[in-house]
Ligand binder design. Structure first.
Ligand code: GLN
Length: 532
């Protein structure tokens, strides 16, 4: 999957939709993303640069497109599913230092392109997947994408019809001319042809339906048949895209090009049921998302999508109100947080906006509003309870105040000797045991769970008894490291803090129980029939 004309056309969603459609025909699929930047992974990028950092089961810090892949296909991804130029070069340079290429000049072609091809084929080699759908980040024509397009050229040559290229472009509508324009698409395909790659299928992102004459024009100028020109019209929700792609026969065209027989008639029944419920909610709730990146639409992507899944499971529309934590003060909290049926305090790093988060949590605790704290959100709940219930004046996380008298959140033992920042947090899936009879046990309905993590700090066990006695209960424990993973309040209808990230496991097929239950609690806390 390549992209032309501009970025942000939705390559990730089209890739995920292709996976969904092939899966619906009985094939096993995996999605992969190749990112042409030099960071080894996006773990060190801040959300202003690259949106959310998604975390896989095996602890890879990845591009947020992997979240879309998992949410659509319900198949977990791994380290091998997101590769950057940095990682490719690192591995080639390590091989060079080891002496693997002794005597050879190490070059972009063949060494870098071989490494790229190796990383793509790796996913196909172990027989788990019928299709590997690899998305190349960026836009054709970017200097940094050149080795990737060259690798695609070589793979097409080596694999014949077992490798095809789906190219996504923009077909702009010029209001003044009253016309859709195919020229940018022609140019981006020319650019690919100059690099030796003929796209097999062209998906045209458009605001208006493609006319037959436009399809024919694209086909003629880009050397493909008109049925290989696929319309991708703006959709109400990303979850509609697989259905739209099916109507355009994108899956049929892919199988035809690859000479593959379909295993079964496409089965998208449960997907369609999900879409129906999503579009026909019976009630609505207002949820406040308190964080410091609320102005960025991609910073809390997985949390937002988890609310779509959980709302749909409750047949309830979730109106997400983004609230900037720096704007909340004890004086304006009532006003800023009014009309909310639930409050979520987001994950994060660093001091900025922390007092606003703590104030929002106090409001949720005292006014008995359903509350979910994720990672830093859970840590802030512990700090708030320490300060305002246990009377620990100036209680804090050592991340924010290393000299606090009450370090209720402390650095994890294993993190003390860590100095580098890349890939060094406690990352990926770890087990957790739930306390019988707790709210959280009722949510999961099982004792042993596993969830994904990304953190350096933890609840300080020194204070565990005081918290327990005062009513903040450590109800989820990782027994290996004796680490508090979940806290909940005894005297509150629904107040849960989790050290892990449930949002990374929520999918259309499996909405996360924590979010589903949280929305259930929000409905009870004054959710209204739709339109009221
Ligand atoms: N900054 C906190 C820690 O490192 C929380 C991290 C997070 O919210 N992902 O422990």
């Amino acid at each position: 999957m390549t992209g032309g004309v501009t970025s942000s056309l939705g390559k990730g969603i089209i890739s995920a939709s292709i996976a969904k459609l092939l899966q619906a025909r009985g094939f096993s699929v995996t999605n992969q993303k190749l990112d042409p930047y030099i960071n080894i992974d996006p773990g060190t990028l801040n959300p202003y640069e690259h949106g959310e950092c998604f975390v896989t089961e095996d602890g890879a810090e990845t591009d947020l497109d992997l979240g879309h892949y998992e949410r659509f296909s319900n198949v977990p991804t791994s380290q091998a599913n997101n590769i950057t130029t940095g990682r490719i070069y690192l591995s080639v340079i390590e091989k060079e230092r080891r002496g693997d290429f002794l005597g050879e000049t190490v070059q972009v072609i063949p060494h870098i392109t071989d490494e790229i091809k190796y990383r793509v084929k790796l996913l196909g080699n172990d027989g788990r997947f019928d299709f590997v759908i690899t998305e190349i980040g960026g836009t054709v024509g970017d200097i940094e994408s050149l080795p990737y397009i060259e690798a695609v050229r070589q793979m097409k040559w080596e694999l014949g019809h077992n490798c095809i290229v789906v190219h996504l472009t923009l077909v702009p509508y010029l209001a003044a001319a009253g016309e859709l324009k195919s020229k940018p698409t022609q140019h981006s395909v020319k650019n690919m042809l100059e690099q030796g790659v003929q796209p097999d299928i062209i998906v045209c992102r458009t605001e208006k339906p493609l006319t037959d004459s436009l399809r024919e024009k694209v086909a003629l100028f880009c050397n493909i048949v008109p049925t290989s020109v696929i319309e991708s019209i703006d959709a109400q929700t990303i979850y509609e895209v697989p259905i739209l792609m099916q109507q355009e026969k994108l899956d049929v065209e892919i199988l035809r090009k690859m000479n593959v027989e379909s295993i079964q008639e496409p089965d998208l029944k449960s997907w369609e049921e999900f879409l129906f419920k999503l579009k026909h909610p019976l009630c609505e709730v207002n949820i406040g998302l308190v964080g410091k990146y609320v102005e960025l639409k991609d910073a809390y992507k997985s949390i937002m999508e988890s609310f779509v899944h959980a709302g749909t499971a409750n047949q309830c529309k979730v109106n997400l109100k983004m609230i900037h934590s720096e704007d909340i003060t004890p004086e304006n909290a009532v006003e800023k947080l009014k009309d909310l049926n639930g409050i979520l305090v987001a994950p994060g790093f660093g001091e900025r906006g922390i007092e606003g988060k703590i104030t929002a949590i106090r409001h949720a605790r005292e006014k008995q509003i359903p509350f979910l704290g994720i990672c830093l959100g859970m840590q802030c709940a512990v700090v708030e309870f320490g300060r305002n219930v246990l009377g620990f004046e100036g209680a804090h996380s050592k991340e924010m105040n290393p000299r606090t008298k009450f370090p209720v959140i402390d650095i994890m033992e294993a993190q003390k000797k860590v100095s580098g920042k890349g890939g060094t947090m406690r990352l990926g899936s770890y087990p957790c045991t739930l306390r019988d009879g707790s709210t959280i046990f009722n949510v999961y309905k099982q004792k042993d769970i596993a969830e994904r993590h990304r953190h350096r700090y933890e609840f300080n066990n020194k204070y565990i008894q005081e918290y327990e006695q005062a009513g903040m209960l450590p109800v989820g424990i990782n027994n290996q490291d004796n680490l508090v993973e979940i806290i909940e309040l005894k005297d509150h209808p629904w107040f849960v803090g989790v050290q892990f990230h449930p949002e990374f496991r929520s999918t259309v097929a499996n909405p996360h129980p924590l979010f589903v239950n949280f929305i259930g609690a929000a409905i009870l806390h004054g959710g209204a029939p739709c339109g009221k």
